[in-house]
Design a protein around this ligand. Structure first.
Ligand code: CA
Ligand code: CA
Ligand code: CA
Length: 261
């Protein structure tokens, strides 16, 4: 009853409203539809397999329809991108390969479209729980993050060293298909009972070993920048117990970020 009447009246009311809007913002006799305004956000960094938050904006003058449709898409990049909801302005993006990606947010008001791009540099974290981690020599035990000192992921591998104990080695195999420059960072669980000189050996693309020593007594629970090196097929990062400083040696996680792209 009421429903019938409303459906009969509604189209008329809509026409009247549209007429008023057109008259109100017209003035120039051209209809005056402004294109949507889109901002895809500032450039970002992400890690393979970990959802990245996209924070964008898309606005419109409400003409001609009041409906603004938005779509995220991948313009370029070495791998696939999975959007949490490609139609949402703010959503997530998950990448399946390292490299530099360009993502595009398109907004359409039914008549005009606008786009804006965001560049995302995607790196890779390798945890000691990943298949790319292996014990090469000696004994490494696992400690959970519940020891109160934190770590990357669920746990970390450790070996106690009293110099000159027998050598133990644990390796993160990088499994890179091509040669490129990377910023290398390392994560660890810091505490006073750790070694003050954890040896970390980076095997670069030319087969050269670069050895670094970091103190595991500070700078815990953050990505500590270790070096920028050219890496490729056959490259790996090893943690050893060949330390001049007594204490626990840790192998927790490593991270590569494409550099100089
Ligand atoms: Ca936003
Ligand atoms: Ca518009
Ligand atoms: Ca870990």
């Amino acid at each position: 009853m009421d429903r019938e009447r409303r459906s009969a009246i509604a189209p008329v009311a809509a026409v009247v409203v549209l007429g008023l809007v057109a008259a109100g913002c017209g003035g120039g006799g051209g209809g005056g539809n402004a294109a949507p305004v889109v901002n895809a956000g500032a450039d970002l960094a992400a890690l393979v397999g970990i959802a990245l938050n996209l924070d964008a904006t898309a606005t419109d003058d409400g003409s001609p329809s009041g409906t603004l449709t938005t779509t995220w898409s991948r313009v370029s990049g070495p791998g696939n991108v999975l959007f949490g909801n490609a139609a949402a302005v703010d959503t997530t993006a998950t990448f399946d390969a390292m490299g530099v990606y360009v993502l595009r947010l398109t907004a359409n008001d039914g008549s005009a479209s606008s786009v804006d791009d965001v560049t995302v540099t995607v790196g890779m974290a390798i945890d000691n729980t990943d298949a790319a981690f292996s014990v090469v020599e000696g004994t490494w035990d696992l400690s959970p993050t519940t020891d109160g000192n934190g770590c990357w992921g669920a746990d970390f591998a450790y070996a106690y060293s009293t110099p000159p104990d027998p050598l133990a080695r644990a390796r993160f195999t990088l499994d890179l298909a091509t040669v490129a420059l990377y910023d290398i960072s390392v994560y660890w669980s810091a505490a006073e009972n750790r070694t003050a000189a954890q040896p970390i050996i980076v095997h670069d693309s030319s087969g050269t070993d670069h050895t670094y020593y970091v103190s595991l007594r500070r700078n815990g629970n953050e990505w500590f920048p270790l070096a920028t090196l050219t890496l490729g097929p056959g490259s790996y990062i090893e943690f050893t117990t060949q330390t001049p400083s007594e204490g626990y040696c840790n192998a927790d996680a490593v991270r590569l970020m494409p550099a100089g792209a």
